[in-house]
Design a protein around this ligand. Structure first.
Ligand code: KDG
Length: 338
């Protein structure tokens, strides 16, 4: 830290660092290696977004800031990587907001089933005052949030039967994320929810420890869940975002110029990632059709029935997360819908 401060002071007072101090040095950019890990694969829109982030950061920093990418949970699951950021042993991760509710319960408002209908609605809420308010809760937990990326609308796969009606959830042992709203919502529908980290899902499906799971189509395709599942039902029961996290321990060592590069790259790569995610949601469906998994639509009427059954769960958690916040969420949504 002392070295960094000395360096910055030297730069701001205009002292050159020897004869060939480069342009980047004078802007306060040091050579750094940034470890960025995610749970999904390189071919997933999240992986492609991370590669775009790397490209932008390396380009804007003249190659001084190097982003080392780790895909497919090689550095651990969402919670483990988030803890590594807090401890300062990893610099970046992009988890689902859902498993972070143990730390910041208010992130749970995004877990309300059937809350969002369109990508325009999700963008408006995540990039608006509500999304910002939640990012502001991160620093006191040793984390910096640079914005939201897209995970997407989630659909159920399982090995027992197609889910066409609200009643079809009964008795299904479904993996959920480590999130109490998801757990209680599936319980209300009569399923038997089993929370576990994403990295364990494929094996649990393969060994029939669980009957099914739920994720966006891009993930069902990328992680080849169709190899170990018979039915894919387009429930679109919840939209979950990713949050772009940086270790605060690391962030606090950065110069304003370096922080700006990371912030801008996270937003720019995020725009690309969201676009790609939306295209992939369509493409993945076509490709999943070719795999032989049985795919069925779920009628709006049945989705409304599901929402009705889950309503008391949403009401319970609305109280817990703060009625003011939830009311603000609904009124922001109304604005987008007008
Ligand atoms: O990189 C993100 C994944 O680790 C995870 O968040 C994916 O939606 C996910 C899940 O079901 O755990």
């Amino acid at each position: 830290i002392a070295m960094g401060l000395l360096f910055l002071t030297a730069c701001s007072s205009g002292t050159t660092q020897g004869g060939d101090a480069g342009k980047n040095e004078s802007k306060g950019i040091q050579s750094r290696v940034i470890k960025a890990g995610i749970g999904l694969n390189e071919d997933h829109p999240q992986g492609q977004g991370l590669l775009k982030f790397k490209e932008i950061v390396e380009q804007k920093s003249g190659g001084k800031l190097k982003v080392q990418t780790y895909f497919s949970a090689t550095l651990g699951d969402d919670l483990k990587m988030t803890e590594a950021l807090q401890g300062g042993t990893q610099e970046i991760t992009i988890p689902s907001t859902s498993p972070l509710v143990g730390m910041i319960k208010e992130f749970g408002i995004f877990d309300f089933p059937f809350l969002f209908n369109t990508p325009e609605e999700t963008d408006a809420i995540l990039d608006g005052p509500i999304g910002k308010k939640l990012l502001e809760k991160l620093p006191e937990h040793g984390l910096i949030g640079l914005g939201y990326w897209e995970n997407g609308f989630r659909n159920v796969t399982n090995s027992k039967h197609a889910i066409k009606t609200a009643g079809d959830f009964k008795g299904l042992k479904l993996r959920t994320m480590q999130n109490e709203v998801h757990i209680d919502a599936f319980k209300a529908l009569g399923a038997n929810p089993t929370p576990m980290p994403f990295s364990e899902v494929f094996t649990a499906l393969e060994s029939n420890t669980i009957d099914g799971q739920e994720n966006p189509l891009a993930t069902i395709k990328s992680n080849k869940f169709y190899e170990v599942q018979k039915y894919l039902s387009l429930t679109k029961h919840v939209y979950t975002p990713f949050v772009f996290l940086v270790s605060k321990k690391f962030w606090d060592q950065l110069s304003p110029e370096e922080q700006k590069i990371l912030q801008e790259a996270a937003i720019e790569a995020g725009k690309y990632q969201r676009q790609l995610s939306r295209e992939e949601d369509q493409k993945a469906l076509e490709e999943l059709k070719k795999t032989g998994i049985n795919i069925n639509e779920v009628s709006d009427q049945e989705r409304e029935k599901m929402a009705e059954i889950i309503k008391p769960v949403v009401e319970k958690y609305a109280k817990e997360f703060g009625e003011d916040l939830v009311n603000e969420l609904y009124s922001e949504l109304d604005k987008v819908r007008q």
